[in-house]
Each structure stands twice: as C-alpha cells, then as structure tokens.
Design a protein. Sequence first.
Length: 576
Amino acid sequence: MDKPLDHNERIPVVNGDFNLKDYEEARRTFRWEDVEPRFTWHRTGKVNAAYECIDRHVDEGRGDKVALLYSDAQRNESYTFRQLRDLSNRFGNALRKLGVKKGDRVFIFMSRSPELYVAFLGALKVGAIVGPLFEAFMEAAVRDRLQDSQAKVVVTNESLKGRIPVQDLPHLEHVVVQGLTGTPGPKEQSFEALMEEASQELAIEWVDREDGLVLHYTSGSTGKPKGVLHVHNAMIQHYITGLWVLDLHPEDIYWCTADPGWVTGTSYGIFAPWLNGVTNVVRGGRFSQGDWYKTLQDHRVTVWYTAPTALRMLMGAGEELVRQYDLSSVRHILSVGEPLNPEVVRWGLKVYGRRIHDTWWMTETGAQLICNYPCMDIKPGSMGKPFPGIDAAIVDDEGRELPPYQMGNLAIRRGWPSMMRAIWNNPAKYQEYFRLEGWYISGDSAYRDEDGYFWFQGRVDDVINTSGERVGPFEVESKLVEHPAVAEAGVIGKPDPVRGEIIKAFIALRQGYEPSEELKQEIRDFVKNGLAAHAAPREIEFRDKLPKTRSGKIMRRVLKAWELGLPTGDLSTMED
Ligand code: WTA
C-alpha cells in the first residue's frame, strides 16, 4: 500500500500557539532540572505522583474542574479533581486497613471504569507500587505476573475475579472485588463496602523520587514476561512530554485510547494529562469505528493520542463515516506503538485535516523519547527527532555511532528521568539492556537521515508487535505445547496490512493426531482461553518437523524465511 519512503517529503507546521516554540532552541538549552521546581519535592524533598496528578490541583484552586470524563455502553460520568481526590483518599485508607504499606505491590486487574482510576490513585497515595493488568489476560498470564511480583492485593471486578488463581498465590492476601455478588470467596473483599467504611481524609505517604511507582509486565523474545519497574521520578518526563509533545493546554480535552494495562495507558492515560491538569477522557468497551468518532465528537476532544492499527481500521472504514461526525474540536493527533505508515499520515491530513504526529518509545523507557512535535515539519514515515534532553543514536554492535542512512541499533544515552530502574527479580536481564557502555539498547533497528529524523526498521529480536501489543513468542509457544496434540511449536510475526503483524504458529503434532481445521480452532481457543485473546495465533500451519538448532532451540528465523519466501541464511547450527 505504501510507496517507498521519501526522505524529503514534508508536512509543514500549521500555525498555532504551541507550548514548545522552537525545537532546536530547546535542544540546545533544555535541562531536566529545569522541570523540577514544578514539583512539591523541590520544597520538601518528598513526593507522591498521585498528589501531583490530583490533590495538587484542588489545593491550587482547580478542584471543580473536570478531571475524568468516563463513558461506555452503560455509563456516562464525570468526576472533578476534588471528587477524584476524595475517592482515591477513601481507597487509600481501605488499602491501609488491609495492611498495605509502602513498596507493597497492588495489582489492578479491572475492566476500564472510573473505579480502576480511583484504585490506581489510591494505591499510589499509600506508597504502593501499582501493577496494572490488561483485562484480556486469562489465568496463566495473571498467575505468572502475580507470582513474580509477589503481589499482596489485587483489585478486580466480579466478572474477572475467576481468573485469579488464589490457591497458587501464597503472597496474595486480599482480592478486592468491585460489584461482588454472592458470598465472598477466599481472601475476597467488597470494593464498595471498603469504600463506604473508609474516611475521605488521608495522610498521603510521601516517598522519595526513586521509590517504585508502577510495575508493567512486558514481553521479550525469551522467557516469561518481565516486570519493568518505574519510579516516581518518571513524572518529570511525563509532565514535560505532555506539555511539549501532546501540547496540552489547560482548556484541552484529552483522549488517550490505550488501556492502562499497557504503558501508554498509564504514562499517557494517567500521568501526563493529570500532571498537566487537563480533562482526561476514558472510553470503556471495545474498539468500534463509529463509537470512536462519536467519543471525539461528544466530548469535544481536542488532543487525541492513539495507535496505527486503530488509525488503519478507521481508514478502512472510509471517508464517508468521518463526514457523519463533527470532529472540528480535534486540533492535535498523535500515534504510538508500531510503525505509522506514511499512507495513514497522508490520509489523516486529507480526511481529518490534521497532521498525525508519530512518537516512539517503549515500556522500558517509561515515556516518549523520539517524537514529532507540533512546532516541527513532519516527514511521513519517520518517528521524528529525540526529545530535548534525550541523546539518541544509531550504533553498531560495539557501540560505535553510525553515519546517516546506515541501519543499526537504536540506542539512547543512559539516564533519562523515566528510564526503568529494574527488571523485577532479574538484575541480569536489566543489565542486558545496558551491555554497551553508556547506552540503553532498545532492541529496535533504525537509521537517521541527515536532518536528524529517525526512521524505524524493525525489531532486532523475535518480539511480535500485533496491533501495537507486544507479544513474546516464547510465552505463546509455551502455552501451545501444553495442548495435548502439540509436540513442538514455533511462533513468528507475519506482516499484516492492518495489524502490522499477526501471530503465526508452526506446529508439529504428536503421534496419533491428524491436522484438521477443527484442531486448528481448538488450539487457537486453547491459547485464547489460557493466555489472552491477542496472544492466540491467527494462523496455524502444521509441519512434520520444525527447524531446530542442535541444542534444540526452535529457529524462528528459519520459520520467518519460509513464511516470507526468503533465503534461510546460515543453517550451520541446525540439526539435520
Ligand atoms: C514498537 C509501547 C515504530 C517498537 C509504547 C518498540 C514503534 C515497541 C513505535 C515497544 C513507533 C513503539 N514506530 N515502532 N512510533 N513505537 N514501537 O513496550 O518496536 O509495548 O520497541 O511500548 O513498540 O512496545 P511497548
């Protein structure tokens, strides 16, 4: 669908009153320290992100401003900063009563709802580290994450609680259930009853900048998902990228379409907007083209942060649909999570009359690092330029910087405010990211042009990006081989025009099983019900044997070459 990339095509700046006036000037003069006086720790030495997001606005006279506009098929509610302060205070007290202390892990496994945000903020207020879980996770995925983090409390809702294997989680003390029906099961507490009993006056737990804030589990190419730890200090970057990249002004109505189960839904669905004191729109329920346009229209959204797969689906729904809605309020559109096709950028310009600003970052980086700014020309297909204060480069495998147009490892000079501080329980894994002296190695390959714009090429490893969701092939393969018919499985990402990639599994069956369409469906459902719907392979191909190294590792690289009809390369390590 795309023409070859044109490094000279530019979509010029549209006049406007941007927070960041001159990118080059900011690059020369900006220092992270300049942001610090904005936070209370500058005076007290102690901080709490939930205070900075919510209470602070009440204390400074903005308590009646709408903080949250929530809607789904049933509910349509709004909450002021004062209401969110009081509700999160209550929940903080409830958690304290349950014995939660600073540093404890409180996980949130809830469908999107106002209560999710109340629970998130309340947990932060008592100094807990919040672990958000995507509601699509099934039992195995929930178990892995709660075991590894040794979570003390999980907040959930009635329809999801059945997927929490309480019996396998000795460290888990309480399951707080919103909408609890019937008699409480083991360790269960009613969210509503706890809230009812709790006081709305709370003594906030003031913490250090380097104390834990959120724990996001994410996939790599090997092993189980790893817990990426961020600390309160990340706020510096959440705030200033919200100001300069999202271009948030006080009167903005902002909508980030990501679920808080993913990092975009916390860094940019909670922290960036509320640190900037803007009204935050949350839409529950599934994606639908019409509902999304309706949300933009009905809430008069001004700043919209979304993802390429969604934009491709909206493009697929056509221009006619766009004309049925009044989208005139939207002044700034951004995208993250996967490569944004130049075609989509051009379509957006034509149909929405707005530029779509791509941004690049990762769970591990905690916040945006390479971006297109409203004050800067966009080159369609490019991720943009490094944020002021960020030193990004393309380096070879020895850490030497490469000249323009040469493809290499996308690396960032170590030490920005929102950089992850640990991989939970796994210091060796953490160190792998920093194996080249002074650099954080992203695992993405990219190149830079002579104007300093960065262009994404792909992953260096086997991590799959399907609809912007990171899926580790190992996790899917492990689930597949639990199925009685599966002897061996290898999983790859297969290019797809809408989803970026889809998951494809190559499977060798056990003795006594025959390939069939029914078996494919059964295996697909097995992953869907055991792990998560988005981790289930859309395509399955049965093979008598899978390519393996002599040490028995499935060679995904060979599977990928088969799939794409490319040469298989060096096979010297393959068993015969
Ligand atoms: C990919 C999401 C191309 C990339 C915030 C990265 C992108 C991974 C872009 C992180 C982009 C993210 N263009 N690819 N603008 N943004 N990616 O941790 O491969 O879920 O390493 O974080 O998504 O995915 P994660």
